[in-house]
Ligand binder design. Structure first.
Ligand SMILES: Cc1cc2nc3c(=O)[nH]c(=O)nc-3n(C[C@H](O)[C@H](O)[C@H](O)COP(=O)(O)OP(=O)(O)OC[C@H]3O[C@@H](n4cnc5c(N)ncnc54)[C@H](O)[C@@H]3O)c2cc1C
Length: 402
């Protein structure tokens, strides 16, 4: 019987288990996660989970689903090394697992502020449930919240902390929020919404120094000014967890390098999810994405390969971010030099930004416009081309073009 070992217990790993089960896979599947929990939904950690003291992690699948499918779960134990010649992995516990197929679904880890001890009690990074429990408890007593980083996760935490009535300040080094991911129009709208909710946003803010003793962060020096800190949340990005792959001599370049079938250069080793650098079918260039959609769809692609029905990965990327009452949804990817046009939404504070390359629609960002987002995904997936003046006309529903 073929033995599949999956390293990681996040969205990609759980979806691979689900898709293999649905496809009637007959091999022996073992999932190894260094987290002590069953795979759970990660997005709520920066949203609902940290504002409700009673919230529990939302499981992606019940334990019975793995058990009934004969999938072995090894939780709270990390894979420490891969022996490619011997086709086995060694766990922190000392246990060894043989494999015919090894799947790296190791995700990312939160980028750390350089030069600071890990033990600072009022500094929080957010990646997993244990981090979220720490953040939730710290938010309960914090007099002020300082967020470093104006990306999706930092802003979701800022919006949630603001909702909890905390005075919040966000420091972002770039001249606008989420500059690498969204258009200037979306950045501006998000900044205005946060300010209306009482969140202070400092753009172009260069943190020169983090003042701390061995226990706590005391203050930030930003552009020559000292800002006292009570709770500091660092949302300064994530780095792909490639250490196992690198140590095993697999090619890594901002992620474990895979082909369109999720295979590394070693025919027995695959990688899926946030940890991969993969060929993006729509541009032909290498890409790494951090999104639930990408993790799930890459897992489905790999399941197809293992079930003997291979099809190259070509899914349309899509994302979402909930920042308090504001819902941002993105379908497709836009290069920075894409042309943009606004499509007003049905209600005040709702609109979409359409991105075009060579006159063709490539990406739609929707703010509080979920119906337009769903239609845009379908238009982009199906490659339907519609004249721009019709796309921006709010009187013509996007779905009418399908
Ligand atoms: C707070 C937060 C909010 C988010 N919000 C959104 C959102 O709103 N929308 C969206 O699309 N995406 C969101 N994301 C991103 C999304 O969660 C990720 O894209 C998704 O989790 C990727 O799935 P994955 O399986 O590739 O990696 P992960 O879910 O990160 O899972 C990787 C797993 O591997 C484990 N692991 C790593 N190394 C080892 C090892 N050596 N041995 C054993 N186990 C190991 C890790 O502990 C982890 O459990 C959010 C992420 C975070 C942290």
């Amino acid at each position: 019987m073929q033995k599949v070992v999956i390293v990681g217990g996040g969205h990609a790993a759980a979806q691979l288990c689900a898709s293999l089960t649905e496809g009637g896979y007959t091999g022996k599947v073992t999932l190894v996660s260094d987290e002590p929990h069953l795979p759970y939904h990660r997005p709520p950690l920066s949203k609902t989970f940290i504002k409700d003291p009673a919230a529990e992690p939302q499981l992606l699948r019940a334990e019975a689903a793995y058990r009934d499918a004969g999938i072995e779960l090894v939780l709270g134990d990390a894979v420490r090394s891969i022996d490619r010649a011997g086709r086995c992995v060694v766990l922190a516990s000392g246990r060894t697992l043989d494999y015919d197929v090894l799947v790296l679904a190791t995700g990312t880890r939160a980028r750390r502020l350089p030069g600071l001890p890990e033990s600072l009690e009022n500094l929080v990074y957010l990646r997993n449930t244990d981090d979220a429990l720490r953040l939730r408890s710290a938010l309960g007593t914090a007099s002020t919240v300082t967020v470093l980083g104006g990306g999706f996760i930092g802003l979701e935490i800022a919006a949630t902390a603001g909702h909890l009535g905390k005075p919040v300040t966000v420091f972002e080094a770039a001249p606008r929020l989420m500059a690498r991911s969204v258009s200037p129009e979306a950045s501006e709208h998000v900044a205005a919404t946060l300010s209306e909710a009482g969140v202070q946003v400092r753009l172009g803010a260069k943190v020169e120094h983090v003042e701390h003793d061995e226990r706590r962060v005391a203050a930030l020096m930003v552009d020559g000014e000292r800002y006292p800190v009570d709770l500091l949340v660092a949302g300064i990005g994530a780095v792909p967890e490639t250490s196992l792959a690198e140590a095993a001599g697999l090619a890594c370049d901002n992620g474990v390098v895979v082909d369109a079938h999720m295979r590394t250069a070693d025919q027995a080793i695959y990688a899926i999810g946030d940890c991969t650098s993969f060929p993006y079918a729509r541009s032909g260039k290498s890409l790494r994405l951090e999104s639930v959609q990408n993790a799930n769809d890459q897992a489905r692609t790999l399941a197809g390969v293992l079930l003997g029905k291979p099809a190259p990965y070509g899914a349309l990327p899509w994302f979402w971010s909930d920042q308090g009452a504001l819902r941002l949804q993105i379908a497709g990817l836009a290069p920075p030099d894409a042309e943009r046009a606004l499509r007003p939404g049905a209600k005040p504070g709702s609109f979409s930004v359409l991105h075009f390359v060579g006159g063709q629609l490539v990406c739609v960002e929707s703010i509080n416009a979920p119906i337009d987002h769903i239609a845009a995904r379908k238009l982009l997936e199906q490659g339907v081309q519609v004249p721009r003046e019709q796309l921006v006309d709010p009187a013509i529903p996007l779905k009418s073009h399908l």
